[in-house]
Design a binder for this molecule. Structure first.
Ligand code: ADP
Ligand code: MG
Length: 617
C-alpha cells in the first residue's frame, strides 16, 4: 500500500522561524543582547567598548568597539545561522578559547529588532553598513567609519509582542545591563568599558590593566578597600581575584562574581566553597563579596551546557571546590584585618569646632592600593605572621565598614600611600585596663588597642567549642544536685533535635519526661549559677533563628549562639588577670579580629597614626 503524502505533518522550519526560536533562548531581555554583543567585541580583541542605551535598552542598544572588524562578505555571513569564525570542527568544541562559538547571537538578535551593523577592518578604506529589519536585510552600503564594529539594536521585540510584554521598567533593565558590563569590566581590566544611558555616564572602567581599579569603579571604593587578594594554584587550576574581609557582607549574593577563563558564570560549586571558607565568620544570612577568576585548561571545562552560556561544567567539580576553598581560606588568613581608630589622612582635629559630636571631619582621603601593592602588603604580613589592622576612616571609629556617606576625594593610587607603618601587629600586647565596663584597653609594640570584651570572649569560646566538638571531649563540671528544667513544647522540640550538640558544648543534659530535662553538669568555665539561664537563652535564640529563617538549626548555629550567651557581657566589670587571660586566649585564636557573628573585635591606633595626629611625624 503506498503512503498518502498529504498525511505527513513534519516540515523543516525556514531560517526565519529558526532564528526566532533561537532568539527565544538567547535573547531574553536587553541585557542578553548586550552580553552577546560585548562578548563579540571582546572576541574581536577590542580594548575600547562603549555601550549606549536608550530607555534601559528597550528603545536602543548600541555597542561600539575598536576590534578587528569584518570584511564586507563576513558582515553578510555573520547574519546567517550557525555562521561563526570561532570554531570550525567538532574537536574545536572541546577546547573553546573564545566567548562565542555557536554563531547564533547575531541572527537571533537581528530577527527580533531593527538591526544595524557598521564594520571595518584595517585592510579596507571603506566600512560596510548593513541594515536589517526583523531579520530581513534591507540595505547594504559602503560608508566611512573607523576600524571596528558598531551594532545598533533598536526596538527589541517589536515583532514579538509576547516577549515585549515581559520587559520590565527601564531602571530594572538598566540594572541588569550594568551588572553585566561591571562583570566584564572586572574580568577584562585591560579593556576600557563605558556604559551610557540616555546620555548619562553610568559606568566607566579605566582599562589600566589593574583589576583593582576596575573593581573600584564597579563595586565602589568602600568595598574595594575591604577586599583581600586571592591567588592560588593547584595542579591545572589557578584562582585569582579578591574576596571581602568578613566585615564586608551583603544580604544577597549579587556581589559575588565568578569567571571561568574570562567568562562570567554562576556556579553552585564555587558558591559553596566560598561559604565553607567563611564558616563561622559571618552572621546568618550574610554573604561575602567575592570576585573569583578561575583559569583552567579549556579541555577541562565544558562551556556548551547552557543556552546563554551562564553556567559551565567542570570535568572535576570536586577539584574546583577544593581549590576555591583553599584559595579563600588562605586569603582570609593572610588578610585578616581589623579596623583602626579614626582616619589616617584627616585634617587635625579642630579644637574650636562647634560640632563636638563628630570629631572626625569628613574630608578624608581613601587610598585604594593597586593590585601589586596589595599583594606585597599581604605578603609582608604573612611573613610577620601579623594580623593586620588597616586604616579605616569613618565617622564612628567603633563601627567598622560604615561609610561616611560623603563623596570621597579622589586620591592617586601609589604604593607609598599604603605603607605598612599603618598596620598593627598583635605582638607585645599588654592590658592596661577596662573602659566603660565594655572595652579592654591594651598596648602593643605597634600602638594602642581597644577590644570589645564581649565579642573577644565570644571568639575565644567559639574556637574552644569547635575544637572540643571535634575532639569529642567537652569539659564538664558536674553539679552536686541535678536540676530539672522545663521548656515550652517548641523549645523542647528544638532542644531534642540538637541535644547532641548542646551536650558537646558541655551541658550534661538528658530528657526527663514531657518538655522537661535533667541537667547534671554544665560547661567548665561557665559560672554554675548562670548555667541554667544561659541554656535557656541558647534554646530561645535557636528557636527564634529557626522561626525567622524557616530553617533547621545547624550545629554551627548552636556553637555560635552558645558562645555568645556564655561570653562575658558588655557592662560587666572585669579584673585585670581576667582581661589578660582573655587577651592571651584571643591571640591564640585563628582569627582574633572578627567574632563568629562577623563583628570586629579589635580596633587600633598605630604609633604612626598617633605621631601623625600629634604632629610628631
Ligand atoms: P559567535 O560569537 O558564536 O561566533 P555571533 O552570532 O555572535 O556568533 O557572531 C558571528 C560572527 O560574527 C563571529 O564569529 C565573528 O566572526 C563576527 N562578529 C560578530 N561581532 C563582531 C565584532 N564586534 N567584531 C568583529 N567580528 C564580529
Ligand atoms: Mg557571539
Amino acid at each position: 500500500m503506498s503512503e498518502d503524502v498529504s498525511q505527513n505533518r513534519i516540515f523543516q522550519l525556514d531560517d526565519h522561524i529558526a532564528n526566532l526560536i533561537a532568539a527565544g533562548e538567547v535573547v531574553e531581555r536587553p541585557a542578553s543582547v548586550v552580553k552577546e554583543l560585548v562578548e563579540n567585541s571582546i572576541d574581536a580583541a577590542a580594548n575600547n567598548i562603549t555601550v549606549y542605551l536608550e530607555d534601559g535598552g528597550k528603545e536602543l542598544i548600541k555597542v561600539v568597539d575598536n576590534g578587528c572588524g569584518m570584511t564586507r562578505d563576513d558582515a553578510v555571513t555573520c547574519l546567517q545561522r550557525h555562521a561563526t569564525s570561532k570554531i570550525s570542527s567538532a574537536e574545536d568544541l572541546e577546547a573553546i578559547a573564545t566567548l562565542g562559538f555557536r554563531g547564533e547571537a547575531l541572527p537571533s538578535i537581528a530577527s527580533v529588532s531593527y538591526f544595524n551593523l557598521t564594520t571595518k577592518t584595517e585592510w579596507t578604506n571603506e566600512a560596510t553598513e548593513l541594515v536589517v529589519e526583523g531579520g530581513t536585510i534591507t540595505d547594504l552600503r559602503m560608508v566611512g567609519a573607523p576600524q571596528g564594529t558598531t551594532i545598533s539594536v533598536g526596538r527589541i521585540f517589536f515583532n514579538t509582542p509576547a516577549r515585549l510584554k515581559f520587559l520590565k521598567s527601564s531602571q530594572t533593565e538598566l540594572s541588569h545591563i550594568s551588572d553585566i558590563i561591571g562583570q566584564f569590566a572586572i574580568a577584562y581590566p585591560h579593556i576600557s568599558f563605558k556604559l551610557i544611558h540616555n546620555d548619562r555616564d553610568v559606568l566607566t572602567s579605566p582599562g589600566t590593566s589593574q583589576r583593582i581599579n576596575s573593581i573600584v569603579q564597579v563595586l565602589g571604593k568602600d568595598t574595594a578597600k575591604n577586599l583581600v587578594p586571592i591567588n592560588y594554584t593547584q595542579g591545572l587550576v589557578a584562582v585569582e581575584g579578591f574576596i571581602g574581609n568578613p566585615t564586608l557582607t551583603r544580604n544577597h549574593r549579587r556581589d559575588q562574581v565568578f569567571f571561568v577563563n574570562g567568562r562570567p558564570i554562576r556556579s553552585r560549586t564555587i558558591t559553596h566553597a566560598l561559604d565553607m571558607a567563611y564558616r563561622g565568620l559571618l552572621q546568618p544570612a550574610r554573604f561575602p563579596v567575592a570576585v573569583i577568576l578561575i583559569n583552567i585548561e579549556p579541555e577541562l571545562v565544558d562551556v556548551n551546557v547552557h543556552p546563554t552560556k551562564a553556567e559551565v561544567k567542570f570535568s572535576s567539580e570536586n577539584e574546583i571546590h577544593s581549590v576555591v576553598h583553599r584559595a579563600a581560606n588562605q586569603a582570609l588568613m593572610a588578610g585578616a584585618a581589623a579596623p583602626t581608630i579614626g582616619a589616617v589622612d584627616q585634617p587635625p582635629v579642630q579644637i574650636l569646632s562647634n560640632q563636638p559630636s563628630n570629631p572626625y571631619p569628613t574630608q578624608q582621603k581613601l587610598e585604594i592600593p593597586d593590585e601589586e601593592s596589595l599583594k606585597q602588603f599581604s605578603d609582608a604580613l604573612a611573613q610577620r605572621r601579623a594580623q593586620v589592622i588597616s586604616s579605616e576612616p569613618g565617622p564612628d571609629p567603633f563601627v567598622w565598614g560604615q561609610g561616611t556617606g560623603v563623596p570621597m576625594e579622589e586620591s592617586p593610587v601609589t604604593e607609598a600611600n599604603f605603607d605598612t607603618a599603618r598596620t598593627v601587629a598583635l605582638t607585645g600586647v599588654r592590658v592596661i585596663g577596662q573602659a566603660k565596663n565594655m572595652y579592654i584597653v591594651a598596648v602593643c609594640d605597634d600602638g594602642i588597642l581597644i577590644l570589645d570584651q564581649h565579642v573577644a570572649h565570644e571568639r575565644v569560646i567559639y574556637d574552644s567549642l569547635i575544637k572540643r566538638s571535634t575532639d569529642q571531649s567537652a569539659d564538664i563540671q558536674g553539679m552536686l544536685l541535678p536540676a530539672t528544667i522545663s521548656f515550652s513544647a517548641r523549645e523542647s522540640a528544638i532542644l531534642s533535635q540538637r541535644l547532641d550538640d548542646v551536650r558537646k558544648i558541655g551541658y550534661d543534659l538528658e530528657e526527663f519526661g514531657q518538655n522537661t530535662y535533667l541537667l547534671r553538669g554544665s560547661p567548665a568555665g561557665l559560672k554554675p549559677e548562670v548555667a541554667e539561664s544561659v541554656l535557656k537563652e541558647i534554646v530561645t535564640e535557636l528557636l527564634e533563628t529557626s522561626i525567622a529563617r524557616h530553617l533547621v538549626v545547624r550545629r554551627d548555629q548552636v556553637l555560635i549562639t552558645a558562645s555568645c550567651k556564655m561570653a562575658v557581657k558588655a557592662g560587666e566589670p572585669m579584673a585585670m588577670p581576667e582581661m589578660s587571660k582573655l587577651v592571651e586566649d584571643l591571640l591564640k585564636c585563628e582569627n582574633p579580629f572578627v567574632c563568629p557573628h562577623g563583628r570586629p573585635i579589635v580596633v587600633s591606633l598605630s604609633n604612626w597614626e598617633l605621631a601623625r595626629k600629634f604632629h610628631r611625624a
